[in-house]
Design a protein around this ligand. Structure first.
Ligand SMILES: [Zn+2]
Length: 382
C-alpha cells in the first residue's frame, strides 16, 4: 500500500513547499507530486494539517536515553530503548555511542549493534566508538585508565561491523598515519576528538583518512596565536565535518558563530551527546561508577566536569535558531542532511527526495514532534 502525506509544509532542496504530497512506498520516498495527482487518491492518505514535514534527524553522538546508557547496556534492548527515547524528539537515525571502555566492552557493543541492525531496531545506523584511543591531556569525563594506543592489531575489531556505519573518535597522536589509513580503507569514519594534536598532526591525519571532528571546541587543543591546534585545523579545512553541541553551555554561542563564519555551514552537524536522562525525569545517574548530576540540561560529574547533556535533537535545532541565528531550514539540515553526508549515507538519508529512505518528522512550528516515520513506518511514540 502506498501512503500519501498531504497538507504539510515540506522541507525539500529548494526550501519549504506546501502544495505537494509525498508518496511512500516500500519504505522509501517514491515521489513528490501535486496534491491532485491521481496516485494520491489511490493511496492511504495522512493529513498533516499544516504541520512541518522534515527529514528525520540523525544524531551521530548519543550515549544514552530513556534511562539506558549504552556503556552499561550494550544490548539490542538497550539500543532499542535509547532509539525510542530520542525518536520522540525527531531522531530517526542514530549511532549509539560508547564512551571509552576496555576492548572487551567495545567488542560487545559492536556485536550488540550488529544484532540490533539484524533485528531491525528502528533508526540504528551503526556505532560511534568514542575512545579509548584518546589523549589523557584532553580526557574530559572519560576514565583515562581505559586509554590505550591504537595499534594495528585493533584494526580488525574496529572494522568488524559490516552491516552499518562505524564512526571512531580518536586522538590522531595516539596512533600512526598507517593505522588511520587502514581504518579508513576498512570503511571506518574517522573523527578527531579528546585530542591534544598539533595542526601538523591533523594535517597528516587528513591525508590518511580523517574526515571529522567530535564536539568541536570541547576536549581538544585550542586555536592560539602560534599553534592552530585541533580547533584551528578543523576550522581551516574546507572538507571535514564538525559535530557541535548547541546547548548554550558546552560552547559559547559567539564561539560557534565564529566557527560558522570560518567554514561552510554544510560541514557542521548538530549532535546531542545525550545521556540516559533524556526522555526521563532522572536528575542523576552513574557513569562508570561515578555519580553524574543533571542540571539545566547539562550533566556534570562531582568535579564539575561536563559529562554529556540532556539535549534532544529537537532542542538542538531550536537552539541553533535562537543561539546561532540560523533559519529553520538550515538548522534542520544540520540535524539531517549534513550528518547523513558525513556518514556517507547522503544518497539515502537526510533529505526529502524521491529515492531516499522515508525517515521523516512531522512537527509543529515550535518543533514539538507530532509523528515520526522510520523506513516508511509511522512510529507510535508520541
Ligand atoms: Zn567526548
Amino acid at each position: 500500500m502506498v501512503d500519501a502525506l498531504v497538507n504539510g509544509r515540506m522541507l525539500i532542496a529548494g526550501g519549504f513547499e506546501s502544495r505537494r504530497a509525498l508518496l511512500i512506498d516500500g519504505g522509501r520516498i517514491a515521489a513528490l507530486v501535486g496534491e491532485d495527482d491521481p496516485r494520491v487518491r489511490q493511496a492511504r492518505v495522512h493529513d498533516l494539517r499544516g504541520a512541518l514535514l522534515l527529514p528525520g534527524f540523525i544524531d551521530t553522538q548519543v550515549n544514552g536515553g530513556g534511562g539506558a546508557l549504552f556503556n552499561d547496556e550494550p544490548t539490542v534492548e538497550g539500543i532499542r530503548r535509547i532509539g525510542a527515547a530520542h525518536r520522540r524528539f525527531g531522531t530517526t537515525g542514530f549511532l549509539p555511542t560508547l564512551i571509552s571502555a576496555d576492548l572487551g566492552v567495545v567488542a560487545t557493543a559492536i556485536a550488540a549493534v550488529r544484532a540490533a541492525i539484524a533485528a531491525k531496531v528502528p533508526g540504528v545506523l551503526g556505532i560511534h566508538i568514542e575512545g579509548p584511543f584518546l589523549s589523557e591531556v584532553r580526557k574530559g569525563v572519560h576514565d583515562a585508565t581505559h586509554f590505550r594506543a591504537l595499534d594495528d592489531d585493533i584494526v580488525g575489531l574496529l572494522t568488524s561491523l559490516t552491516t552499518g556505519t562505524t564512526l571512531v573518535t580518536l586522538a590522531p597522536e595516539v596512533t600512526t598515519p598507517a593505522t588511520l589509513a587502514r581504518l579508513a580503507a576498512g570503511g571506518v569514519v574517522l573523527s578527531a576528538g579528546h585530542s591534544n594534536a598539533t595542526y601538523t598532526d591533523i594535517e597528516s591525519a587528513f591525508r590518511h583518512g580523517l574526515t571529522g571532528f567530535t564536539h568541536l571546541f570541547n576536549a581538544m587543543s585550542p586555536l592560539t596565536g602560534r599553534e592552530p591546534g585541533v580547533v584551528g585545523a578543523a576550522l581551516y579545512d574546507d572538507a571535514s565535518y564538525c559535530g557541535i553541541i548547541v546547548d548554550g553551555r558546552h560552547v559559547d554561542p559567539v564561539v560557534l558563530r565564529i566557527a560558522l563564519r570560518a567554514k561552510r555551514h554544510d560541514r557542521f552537524m548538530l549532535v546531542t551527546d545525550a545521556m540516559p536522562c533524556v526522555g526521563t525525569d532522572q536528575q542523576s545517574f552513574l557513569l562508570q561508577g561515578r555519580p553524574i548530576t543533571v542540571r539545566d540540561g547539562c550533566c556534570f560529574d562531582d568535579q564539575g566536569t561536563l559529562a554529556g547533556t540532556a539535549l534532544t535533537m529537537a532542542q538542538a535545532v531550536r537552539n541553533a535558531i535562537s543561539l546561532l541565528g540560523l533559519d529553520l531550514a538550515e538548522a534542520v539540515r544540520m540535524a539531517s542532511e549534513y550528518p547523513a553526508a558525513f556518514l556517507g549515507l547522503g544518497p539515502q538519508l537526510g533529505r526529502i527526495e524521491a529515492g531516499c529512505r522515508a525517515n521523516l518528522v512531522a512537527a509543529d512550528d515550535a518543533l514539538n514532534v507530532l509523528t515520526t516515520w522510520v523506513d516508511g513506518e509511522a512510529m507510535a511514540d508520541q
